[in-house]
Design a protein. Structure first.
Length: 95
């Protein structure tokens, strides 16, 4: 899922996917144009549902305007928890 997120005064694009935590997979989810824009692409793996809040907070703490974040969620529960932390409610991820 691609989201435009605002947390406090930080606005950024977030890519939230169910995926094994493999940095090489990021290019499968993030369009080439995102890498060509100004700003960094931050990546975090979320292994467990209860880790979502900490991972989102850690990444957003280090972000600047124009950056993007990729959350590689190991399972559907982690995916849903990440979406919730980013202010979204979603249905189960598609297989």
């Amino acid at each position: 899922m691609v989201l435009d997120v605002t947390i406090e005064e930080l606005q950024f694009r977030a890519y939230v996917v169910v995926s094994e935590p493999d940095i090489d997979r990021v290019a499968d989810f993030v369009p080439k144009e995102q890498f060509e824009q100004d700003g960094d692409v931050h990546v975090a793996a979320i292994y467990e549902e209860q880790d979502a809040r900490e991972q989102v907070q850690d990444i957003t703490f280090n972000m600047n305007p124009g950056d993007a974040a990729v959350f590689l969620c190991v399972n559907p529960a982690a995916y849903l928890a990440a979406l919730e932390e980013l202010g979204q409610a979603a249905a189960e991820p598609a297989d």
